[in-house]
Design a protein around this ligand. Structure first.
Ligand SMILES: O=C(O)c1ccccc1NCC(=O)[C@H](O)[C@H](O)COP(=O)(O)O
Length: 220
């Protein structure tokens, strides 16, 4: 049991992002991932179309969430995905404001860029996104894409946060143990670190990643 900053954390959630193949989605569930990310950001090399996503959603095992990821997509894009894919959670990675993100009637998390010299305080983030279910701290700079495979300085994560946060950016089986002990996140998110190539996941990397998260959770 991890107690960090007065919070009792029993299990670090795992999101495998940038899934493009049904077999990878099924394996993610079998290995113990809590969520899979489907990317609809216009310029992503991992982008899929709503029709593909709908079929892939059927590969999801019970009790595994589908997260739909957007980056300044038009309103109708998001509406189409919400209607046809029925995601459990939305992730907004661009300049979307709280009113836009909350308007779809689905819980959302907001990606926060940590690649710039200055980051926002916990208080300002919570004031800016009052309806967010949580934040995802990632290594991109303002306006940048995710899925970079690069880490950021984990000591810069705003604290104290009232909302749960997910740590992302360059995580792998080789650094996720240290990342969890350093930041005690609600969850961890990975894309490049479990891939053979963009969008093509590697089962052994996925398995090792989950194993290392579990090892961190058992660490006193
Ligand atoms: O992954 C992408 O291709 C992507 C493109 C544009 C906006 C966001 C994107 N991904 C966001 C994610 O949540 C990634 O999982 C996150 O950035 C971590 O990626 P990685 O550093 O490759 O593990």
């Amino acid at each position: 049991m991890n107690v960090a900053k007065g919070r009792v954390l029993f299990r670090t959630r795992i999101k495998f992002c940038g899934m493009t193949r049904p077999g990878d989605i099924r394996l993610a569930g079998e290995l113990g991932a809590d969520a899979i990310g489907l990317i609809f950001a216009p310029d992503s090399s991992r982008r899929i179309e709503p029709e593909q996503a709908r079929a892939m959603r059927e590969a999801l095992l019970p009790m595994v969430d589908a997260v739909a990821l957007f980056m300044d997509n038009p309103l109708d894009d998001v509406r189409e995905v919400v209607r046809h894919v029925r995601p459990n959670l939305l992730q907004f990675h661009g300049s979307e404001d709280d009113a836009f993100c909350r308007s779809f009637g689905v819980p959302y998390i907001k990606a926060i860029p940590m690649g710039d010299a200055v980051t926002q305080s916990a208080m300002s983030l919570q004031a800016k996104y009052p309806a967010a279910a949580g934040f995802l701290f990632d290594s991109h700079g303002a306006g940048g894409s995710g899925g970079s495979g690069k880490t950021f300085d984990w000591s810069r994560i705003p604290d104290p946060l009232e909302k749960p946060f997910v740590l992302a950016g360059g995580l792998t089986a080789d650094n996720v143990f240290d990342a969890i002990l350093a930041t005690r996140p609600w969850g961890v998110d990975v894309s490049s670190g479990i891939e053979a190539e963009p969008g093509v996941k590697d089962g052994e990397c996925m398995r090792r990643f989950v194993e290392e998260v579990r090892r961190a959770d058992c660490h006193q």
